[in-house]
Design a protein around this ligand. Structure first.
Ligand SMILES: [Zn+2]
Length: 87
């Protein structure tokens, strides 16, 4: 069986998942929060703005915003999304 580390907390994950059970649940809650936010605020945002508005960390937001369903809400001009790899 493949042993990986959880991409959120670093714990070992004994499955093909990227996240442990704890973090998987946290992700679900935050993604739901993000969906609710976008339903109420249809606009485009930078990762920094979203983090300030939702309380979700920039690191996690960067992961969520890579999702196709959120792509249209990401501000392409001011986003640091494509530069995150340099940090
Ligand atoms: Zn975890």
């Amino acid at each position: 069986m493949e042993v990986k580390r959880c991409i959120r907390c670093g714990n070992f994950v004994m499955s093909g998942d990227d996240l442990c059970i704890n973090c998987s649940n946290k992700d679900k809650l935050e993604i739901q929060k993000l969906k609710n936010y976008f339903e109420d605020n249809e606009n485009t945002y930078t990762i920094g703005e979203l983090s300030a508005n939702t309380g979700i960390s920039e690191k996690n937001l960067t992961r969520y915003m890579g999702n196709q369903e959120f792509a249209s809400y990401l501000n392409p001009d001011t986003s640091n999304f494509n530069q995150m790899g340099n940090f």
